[in-house]
Design a binder for this molecule. Structure first.
Ligand code: ADP
Ligand code: MG
Length: 265
């Protein structure tokens, strides 16, 4: 850590802290995610997984990995700093002013490009939500927080289906089925809906009624002024059977929506 000057704490969670730092020699800014290393060996390995997975993912729409090191009982992951903050903050800043269609499509297509890269590497993110999607100073989307990610078809992915933030969790997870690439697609559908309405698609006063809505796939319709292709896309992404949901490859290449998205990539 001697090579970096700590500027401030930008996030605090169960894992530890996220710090904004500056490299003393290059003056470049980074984020250091400090994660408490557990004493138990199997947990120790799963903690390291975040750094290992992130180091393997290189894409313009994924937070860039810089380096990782262990200091005392902390694992420090040094990564690209996204000065535009997270997408949840950005959505909340709007208060009630809707985003323009161009911004929605630009951000969404960048998210899909990043997520497709992850899936192509047989990695599942498993915690896609507006709080884990960042913006750079120049407004480029970066997917971040790989703390829940796993490798597809590994025994871990099947052993216990991970349950992320309830608003974004796909119906199959509530049904105790394994997490799969289409579950990430569902979560991205929730983010797309949030961008279109500034609200969650599935909201309820209790867990029970939330899960019921998710499993039935019932959500308030999108405002009429949005292009038909967007309404169609949201409908496809919220198919309750994961087999009926498009993959990211399909979203980015299928004729109906891809033309709309490609012009914004
Ligand atoms: P967790 O959700 O596991 O606590 P995150 O990796 O999502 O950890 O980081 C927590 C918070 O720190 C984020 O919600 C965000 O506000 C901030 N943060 C994390 N990484 C970055 C980054 N690369 N650039 C800017 N802010 C970040
Ligand atoms: Mg997070």
């Amino acid at each position: 850590m001697e090579r970096y000057t700590v500027h401030k704490v930008i996030g605090e969670g169960s894992f530890g802290r996220a710090l904004l730092v500056q490299c003393k020699s290059t003056k470049e800014k980074y984020v250091v995610k400090e994660i408490q290393l557990p004493k138990n060996q199997s947990k120790f390995d799963s903690t390291r997984r975040e750094a290992i997975l992130l180091s393997k993912l290189k894409h313009p729409n994924i937070v860039a990995f810089w380096e990782a090191f262990e200091a005392d009982d902390l694992l420090c992951i040094v990564m690209e700093y996204c000065g535009g903050g997270d997408l949840l903050q950005r959505i909340q800043q709007q208060k009630t002013v809707q985003f323009c269609v161009d911004d929605i499509l630009k951000w969404f297509s960048q998210m899909c490009a990043g997520a497709k890269h992850i899936h192509d590497k047989r990695v599942l993110h498993r915690d896609l939500k507006s709080k884990n999607i960042f913006l750079t100073d120049n407004g480029t989307i970066k997917l971040g927080d790989f703390g829940s990610a796993c490798i597809l078809n590994s025994s871990k992915a099947y052993a216990h289906a991970y349950v992320g933030t309830p608003y974004y969790v796909a119906p199959e997870i509530w049904d105790n089925k394994p997490y799969n690439n289409k579950s990430d697609v569902w979560s991205l559908g929730c983010v797309l809906y949030e961008l279109c309405t500034l609200r969650h698609p599935f909201q309820a006063p209790s867990w029970k009624s939330l899960i019921l809505k998710v499993c039935r796939g019932t959500y308030p319709p999108l405002p009429n002024h949005l292009p038909y292709e967007l309404q169609y896309l949201v409908k496809q992404m919220f198919k309750t059977n994961p087999k009926d949901r498009p993959s990211l490859h399909t979203i980015l290449t299928s004729h109906r929506v891809s033309r709309l998205l490609r012009t914004h990539l």
